[in-house]
Design a protein around this ligand. Sequence first.
Ligand code: ADP
Length: 788
Amino acid sequence: MDSSNSRPDEGKSASFLSARRWEFVHTLLASLEEAVVACDADGVLVLFNPAAERLHGLPAQPLGAEQWSTYYDLFRADGTTRLPADEIPLRRALRGEVVRNVEMVIAPRAERRHRVLCNGSAIVGPDGEQLGAVVVMHDVTELLEAQVHSRETRAFLDSIVENIPNMIFVKEAEGLRFVLFNRAGEALLGASRDDLIGKNDYDFFPQNQADFFTSKDRAVLSGTTVLDIPEEQIATPSGERTLHTRKIPIRGEDGAARFLLGISEDITERHLASQNALQLQLEQAKVAEAQSTSARVAAILESITDGFFAVDREWRFTYLNREAELTLQQKREDVLGKRLWDLYPELADTVFGREYLAAMRERRSITFEAYYAPLQRQLEVRAFPSDDGLSVYFRDITERFQAERRNRLLSEASKELASSSDYEASLRRFSGIALPELGDFGFFDLVDKNGEGTSRVAREKVASAREREFDDVITETLRSKTPAILPRPNGNSVMCVPILFGDRCLGALTFVYAESGRTHSDADLAIGVELAERAAIAINNATLYRELNEAVRARDEFLSIASHELKTPLTTMKLQLQVRLRRLAAKDLTRFTPEGLARMLNDEHRQIQRLTHLIDDMLDISRIHGGKLSLVPESLELCALVQEVVTRLSENIADQGVEFRLDLDPPVVGEWDRFRIDQVITNLITNALKYGAREPIVVSVALSSGGALLQIRDEGIGIPLHDQSRIFQRFERAIGASSVSGLGLGLYICKHIVDAHGGSISVESTPGKGSLFSVWLPLHGVASSTDP
Ligand code: ADP
């Protein structure tokens, strides 16, 4: 619509206004930003200024009011309902209504729609007649849009502020009262904004804290920069919280601080998390430190020579070092985590169990030494209680202990043996010393002198029922002369050690574990052997001592007998000589007849023979002793020699008036020393005469077992069994000194001569019934020699 078209009806307009005024109005209307439309009293549009044309995008058309709405695209304020003709502002104004800020939308099809506010009224002439109506339309499209935009922006910001999880608050600068508070703030402080707005810090916090906050706020307001408080503790209804707060001054255009904006982030969780992380780090560091410490400790524990184990307060193994694995013969993986009492139930009844319990219960360190039977080890133990349980160090002191025990036992045994000359009493005590170290009970058996049996010299702590239980073991040990350990039921054992002197077995020491469930070790056996050695020496010493005493006694007896024996014939001869001398002096020759003289000389000859015999025997003894008894073997017939001796002794035989029988089976020829064999025969027949109780005597000679067997049997007093071996020893006699004369040398010399010929001499005898002496001589093989 151009300006020419803005005058829809020139004629009517001219008549409507004067021409000048019209020009003025026309210019005014053309320059107005507001659209102006007017109609006459008939409702015909008479004015449509350029702004109105722009608004509608159309020139004015002389249309009836009914068509305006459609033609000019008029809508209600909702923008969608076409405006009914009677609501059109110009029409309303024409009707006489004063239209004020009526909103209307002009929405030309192809053009931008406009929202306008319409103001208008009827035009009334000076006379009061209605001339028409005018409406001014003010385009508020942009204004409204700006308002909407601003509202939306505000809503948007509000929504951000409202929904942001941080607390946002605004305080006015003067009184520092809250003017804004968001939802997160409400949640954090546990108060609604209605309670908060208009209040300041003094309403919530104690004076000093409020002073502090206020001073901070003032500092922020007086400065220009943002204040950053990385961590700030505040008390809230849900507990202490940690905030990261920023405070920002907000200034007006004049630069003066108007508000204080605060944004606080609740970093409690993060703070806690980081604190936890820090804590975790610390703990990890501690664990690492502990681990490296325990690694160091473990390295030490592994390298020490003591066994070490630790249990917790529930007695579960928590550690076991290598040495302990070796000593206890346990692998640590089999032990760790298991309870001590489950693994070693038998421990409870031992010193170990009792001491461990006491250490744990009474919380005190303990040290003790004890024998650990299952492993046969002596252990020195130190146990230290702690909050965690019990640490136990132990050392295998078996070797040291055994050595100490061995030394102690042996020195005690030696002392005992040295202390007394009553060696049987010593031996009895001696075996007791070894208990209970080497056994629960023990025996000490000695082989009898004749080597045929044993006698028990000591029995220690043994029930009589068990006396003979170990006889087989002992017999076998005496036979084998070998020490032995034999297992017994229930982990017990018996140890039997022979008492050896040279190759002679003197007896046996026997030690039995029967109740303590112990087994003898090699170390025990070594101690047993040493004890037996000491016993052997003691027994031998005692035997020597006894023999020496015996020898001294026999020698003393011999001397008294010898002096008696030598003196008797001399005294007799002396007496006879004195009688004869007295008779000669008195010239009494009646006794000196030829028969009388012959009898006298014969008597004296016998006495001298007896003396010579005694002296020969004594000389032979000293020869034998000096190794100077010589043999001069020659071929001789034994029966003839026996006959010769009997002839020589015929007078003695006749004196005794005994029945004497010879049972000779010649020839029995051999290589023998005539003089010495003569001596043997003479001696044995003389003894038969002496001890034969005038009962018959039989002497026999025969070949036997490749040699000559000479036997002399009498039916006299006999010899007790226990004396039968003794009589072949020097100075030994089976009868008292006085009853029958003799020196106790004869049989000793006989045995020596027979031995020197390689033969043997023995006796069988029953006291009261008589004796049989047998001499066996090999026929040949004796070289001319001196006595060995
Ligand atoms: P003696 O000089 O005492 O006879 P012997 O050595 O010849 O010495 O004998 C030792 C002992 O042996 C004698 O003292 C005697 O007790 C005993 N004896 C020897 N022969 C016999 C015998 N035929 N009968 C009984 N006892 C005998």
